[in-house]
Write a protein that binds this ligand. Structure first.
Ligand code: 5GP
Length: 111
């Protein structure tokens, strides 16, 4: 089933893009949990981190590099959270792999 993020990647739905290259897209979260809340995703359709295969792992280092650069660009490089939810019970609602980059306020301990 086509996800919202696949439609955004394909340009069929609008988004606020903050980074894009051939393999990755980063957008602003439509319902931000903090002053800075970005979503970094591969363009390749991968359901979740648990479904990643060896051939996809290079994407992870690229995602981390993009997160570092965006953290600098958005002024949160000292305090941010980078996370992915795996599975519905962990809070995943869109089944296209994405990492949340969250910051801009004190984040406190993990729930
Ligand atoms: P998850 O719950 O799967 O870890 O994260 C999905 C995130 O996508 C949520 O934080 C939610 O606010 C965000 N989101 C849902 N629909 C849209 C949308 O259409 N556009 C954007 N930019 N973010 C979305």
């Amino acid at each position: 089933m086509t996800t919202i993020f696949k439609k955004i990647i394909d340009g069929d739905l609008p988004s606020e893009k903050v980074f894009e290259n051939e393999r990755l897209l980063a957008i602003k979260d439509v319902n931000p949990a903090a002053p800075v809340h970005l979503l970094i995703m591969p363009k390749k359709e991968i359901t979740s981190i648990q479904e990643m295969s060896q051939e996809d792992f290079d994407l992870l280092s690229e995602i981390i590099k993009v997160a570092q650069n965006l953290a600098i660009e958005f002024g949160i490089s000292d305090n941010y959270r980078l996370l992915t939810n795996n599975g519905r019970l962990a809070g995943q609602s869109i089944f296209h792999l994405h990492f949340h980059l969250i910051g801009g306020r004190p984040l406190g301990p993990m729930a």
